[in-house]
Ligand binder design. Structure first.
Ligand SMILES: Cc1cc2nc3c(=O)[nH]c(=O)nc-3n(C[C@H](O)[C@H](O)[C@H](O)COP(=O)(O)O)c2cc1C
Length: 392
């Protein structure tokens, strides 16, 4: 029998599904509900010194949808509105009621040593299990020299990590931004500065769209907007790439984040190095209840593969990532058309012709492949409206 239990930095997680720092972890009462419904832990909405001003805009969200499905989500929200004391009381209440659940205090502060160390020392004496340093919020905060303004500089990230490590009495994760040229460089810098783990990714800086009648951008704040943070299923490939790059360059435990909407996404993150995963947008779209299917799905998968726990999945795909020049290029695949499914619409013929190769033609009611011209790129299999083409 497989288990979902896992251990990260000596902390026991009853399952590897953690709520990311965001609206679903902004209120003590809601975290209480999430724990009751089965989440393994929560990263609290980022806590700041009480005197740091947080004035929100309305509206603060915009979405990109296909039908009713939210594919991409943009927010321009700031950080926690609870005071430090409210968090201390809430953390204590939650630990008493849910002793097996993991609470991670996400914190940030201006780039002043005393401010960071004061926050850390305050929460050292609380029941939180770990810290997460938010170096990565892409909106609002960078204007104050916080958030992504920290995480886009290896030097500042390392300096603050050093300040925190001088006083922290609990494990420290650093949450990284994908909005950098090379996320592995930042990971290496904070690893060298002594942090214990990495969380990645925070949101991707974005501009959701423009209303072409009014020329007002989204999310619309009385006709104006600011660049926001993009999340949800459309950022998963970016998060997965970032976690893999961090794993290739750094040996610390990783909490994988970005576009995770089901157990399958979570398992993929583990195969490229995540020890556990965090979820935000999917919970904002569909509620805490998604945890039941996530847990059951991952458990079924682990058992089907003969794995004992999520730890057995870790890094399984890393050996298959290589430089382009080292990819095995001696064999080529070709499209195979399932004639029972193909409706002979000719789309694959047109697209192949207009995208370089002209390898397909409709002959006698059948899509024929010219193997001399085909390079096995696979474009036809992706654009077929009936999924009638498989590469073999
Ligand atoms: C509305 C909203 C608010 C967020 N607030 C925070 C925050 O306070 N601190 C933080 O570290 N990340 C914050 N995030 C980022 C998430 O924790 C997470 O890193 C990101 O959304 C990617 O995960 P997802 O695709 O599962 O949403 C926020 C995200 C959203 C959508």
């Amino acid at each position: 029998m497989a288990t979902l239990k896992t251990k990260v930095l000596g902390i026991d997680f009853e399952n590897p599904f953690i709520l990311a720092s965001a609206p679903p972890t902004a209120k003590i009462e809601s975290i209480d509900k999430a724990f009751t419904l089965g989440w393994g832990g929560a990263v609290l909405k980022t806590i700041t010194p009480d005197d740091l001003e947080m004035i929100e805009a309305s509206q603060r969200y915009a979405t990109w949808k296909i039908g009713n499905k939210i594919c991409g989500f943009e927010n321009i929200e700031l950080l926690s509105h609870l005071t430090v004391q409210q968090w201390l009381d809430g953390i204590k209440f939650l630990k008493q009621k849910h002793p097996t659940k993991v609470q991670i205090a996400s914190i940030t502060a201006p780039v002043i040593k005393e401010e960071w160390q004061k926050l850390v020392c305050t929460f050292n004496n609380s029941e939180v299990d770990a810290f997460e340093l938010n170096f990565s919020c892409p909106h609002g905060m960078p204007e104050k020299g916080i958030g992504m303004a920290i995480g886009t500089s290896a030097e500042i990230s390392a300096m603050i990590t050093g300040w925190v490590m001088e006083v922290a009495k609990k494990p420290v994760f650093v949450k990284l931004s994908p909005n950098v040229t090379n996320i592995a460089d930042i990971a290496k810098a904070v690893e060298k500065a002594g942090c214990n783990g990495i969380s990645a990714i925070n949101t991707v800086q974005s501009l959701m769209g423009i209303d072409l009648d009014t020329f007002e951008p989204m999310p619309n704040v009385n006709g104006k907007t600011t660049f926001g943070g993009y999340s949800g299923i459309s950022v998963k490939p970016i998060g997965l790439r970032c976690v893999a790059q961090i794993r290739q360059n750094c040996s610390l435990p990783i909490l994988g984040i970005g576009g995770i909407s089901n157990w399958h996404d979570a398992a993929e993150y583990m195969t490229v190095g995540a020890d556990a995963v965090q979820v935000c947008t999917e919970v904002m779209a569909n509620g805490y209840g998604i945890i039941a299917a996530m847990k059951q799905g991952l458990l079924n998968y682990l058992e089907s593969k003969g794995f004992n726990s999520p730890a057995d999945l870790k890094n399984k795909a890393i050996v298959n990532l290589s430089a382009h020049e080292k990819l095995p290029k001696s064999t080529q695949v070709y499209p195979h058309i399932n004639d029972d499914v193909c409706v002979k619409c000719g789309k694959c013929v047109t697209i192949c012709d207009e995208s370089e190769h002209s390898a397909l033609s409709l002959i006698n009611g059948h899509i024929a492949v010219n193997k001399e011209a085909c390079v096995g790129c696979s474009l036809c299999s992706h654009i077929c409206p009936k999924s009638a083409i498989k590469m073999k």
